[in-house]
Design a protein around this ligand. Structure first.
Ligand code: KG4
Ligand code: ZN
Length: 339
């Protein structure tokens, strides 16, 4: 253990995953996540149940992250926590836990913006090249779809975002309509692999400028199902793979059209993804192709750092610690934390 090494304990509790991670500088030593399966039967996250589950999960998750990292709590240099955006009840658990632990260990606490963390997860050491500034940041999750001009770690400007549903929400809501459990995104990804993406066509929304929209697609999808199920009650079962592949294509086409527009307009050829939907294998295939066509450099975090996790909170903690951006104990959760 060198004196110069910095050990960050990261804590994430913005939605329905309780997570703790330990980083040694920009390297992840452990990253533990307790998923809350309780929400599956309700088809979405129930805020009150989420905060209760965070309360019972947080101590075991932190203990297990510390144990796996091989360091002791006394080695921790600072604690980074998600201040927002997210669900108030969920954020309170992580924020108050981090501050109390910070007081008892006598180490600083560092507040982190969850959306910045999704982008900056690409700076976790993975043995590969890191993105160069400036780049186009694209956060695609269950709660957000944002396009960000990133000029430095903490110099970010929103170029556009969804006017209604997030792309992950569109995956989840369309999936629910064909009987898939929450979160439906990963299931649609899997089922689509055996489907024909050209079998059914859905209209693409036309939104001028940097913003994007997904709610019209969801409505068109529901109308399409009604029409076809009226004619054949087994329509969904008989066409499940093709339905998944076709709607997935539409959701990804919509996203890539906007990425192309913004990359060209802002003269950016480095595109950096973050958020749960960047785990989508069809999107990755399309990006492989698009990067060759457009001469883009594409960055996508390792799978375990795409969905909500504390390692991404830890890397932001590390970057802020290096610039002495420490928070005080008055820091309170911000459900609508912008940057
Ligand atoms: O980043 P995340 O874990 O949480 C939020 O901050 O929202 O993202 C969760 C979202 C869900 O909507 C989920 O369906 C979607 O990411 N997702 C996927 C895939 N894996 C997760 N969507 C499409 N394909 C996937 N493989
Ligand atoms: Zn997230």
């Amino acid at each position: 253990m060198s004196n110069k090494d910095i050990y960050i304990l990261g804590i994430e509790s913005s939605c329905d995953d309780t997570s703790a991670a330990v980083l040694k500088n920009d390297t992840v030593l452990s990253n533990k996540i307790a998923n809350q399966s309780i929400h599956k039967k309700y088809g979405g996250v129930v805020p009150e149940l989420a905060s209760r589950a965070h309360l019972s999960n947080i101590i075991p998750v932190v203990e297990s992250a510390i144990k796996e990292s091989g360091i002791s709590l006394n080695d921790v240099s600072a604690i980074a926590f998600t201040r927002g955006p997210g669900l108030m009840g969920s954020l309170i658990v992580g924020t108050e836990f981090a501050k109390s632990l910070g007081v008892s260990l006598e180490v600083p606490v560092i507040e982190v913006n969850h959306m910045q963390a999704h982008i900056l997860s690409n700076f976790i050491d993975n043995g590969k090249e890191k993105p160069d500034f400036p780049f186009l940041g694209v956060t695609i999750s269950g709660g957000h779809t944002q396009f960000i001009l990133v000029e430095d770690y903490f110099k970010m400007d929103i170029l556009g975002e969804t006017l209604d549903d997030a792309i992950g929400e569109a995956f989840d809501k369309c999936g629910k309509k064909i009987g898939l459990r929450y979160p439906a995104g990963p299931e649609i990804d899997k089922l689509s692999k055996m489907g024909d993406e050209h079998k059914f066509n859905f209209p693409l929304p036309r939104v001028e400028g940097g913003n994007i929209s997904y709610s019209g697609t969801k409505t068109a999808f529901i109308n399409f199902l009604h029409k076809n199920v009226n004619k054949n009650k087994n329509f969904i079962d008989e066409n499940l793979h093709d339905i998944c592949a076709s709607i997935q294509k539409n959701l990804v086409d919509n996203l890539l059209n906007k990425v192309k527009f913004l990359a060209t307009k802002n003269n950016l050829n480095s595109i950096v993804f973050g958020g749960g939907v960047s785990a989508n294998s069809y999107l990755k295939n399309r990006l492989n192709y698009e990067s060759r066509e457009n001469n883009w450099e594409i960055y996508i975090p390792e799978l375990e750092y795409t969905t909500d996790n504390a390692a991404m909170i830890g890397i932001v903690g590390y970057l802020k610690y290096s610039t002495s951006e420490i928070s005080d104990l008055k820091s309170t959760p911000l459900p609508r934390y912008s940057f």
